[in-house]
Design a protein around this ligand. Structure first.
Ligand SMILES: Cc1cc2nc3c(=O)[nH]c(=O)nc-3n(C[C@H](O)[C@H](O)[C@H](O)COP(=O)(O)O)c2cc1C
Length: 162
């Protein structure tokens, strides 16, 4: 089984999440390739049994690049693929000495829209839910420390379901 972990990113955090998911997949014996959504060659998609799709939360939504990627998948007549979504969101810029925790009002907000879109546009493909929603500090990140381990663990857990 081969998996593609495709991501969009502005500041690199969603790419980092993609790389950590891929590490988890690999540790569980799944061959994983990490690529920006814009550089994925559509005719290579047939090679993958699972396709992960990641987007940053931009104004409570996934990015246009994510939407376009889903549209491209529709054109590919894919069969027997498993799909998985993940997002990154901001927990804002906390004041010094204030403990920062993942969660809050933006948790899973873009992710749920991504999953809804995938189910609507690609209903014949299997979507594993819930996907992964990872908190970053401010807009540029970094990813919260407590979140890093979750990414790899997520990859490992999904690998068991493939
Ligand atoms: C134009 C723009 C709009 C954003 N809107 C939101 C938002 O509505 N909610 C939120 O939690 N984060 C928002 N963010 C923060 C992003 O989620 C954060 O920059 C992103 O997760 C970082 O991922 P990246 O490094 O892969 O770009 C926004 C960022 C940008 C650039």
């Amino acid at each position: 089984m081969k998996a593609l972990v495709a991501y969009d990113t502005k500041f690199g955090n969603t790419q980092r999440v993609a790389e950590l998911i891929a590490e988890g997949l690999k540790e569980a014996g799944v061959e994983a390739s990490v690529q920006h959504m814009k550089s994925v060659e559509l005719d290579t998609l047939q090679d993958y049994g699972a396709i992960f799709m990641g987007s940053p939360n931009h104004i409570r939504r996934p990015t246009g690049t994510f939407n376009k990627f889903v549209k491209n998948l529709q054109k590919c007549n894919l069969k027997d693929k498993t799909l998985v979504a993940f997002d990154t969101y901001s927990i804002g810029k906390p004041e010094e000495n204030v403990e920062v925790k993942p969660g809050g009002s933006q948790f899973q907000v873009a992710l749920l829209k991504m999953e809804h879109r995938i189910q609507k546009k690609l209903p014949h493909l299997k979507l594993i839910t819930p996907g992964l929603s990872i908190a970053v500090i401010g807009q540029k990140g970094p990813i919260l420390d407590v979140e890093l381990a979750k990414c790899k663990e997520f990859g490992k857990n999904i690998a068991l379901q493939l």
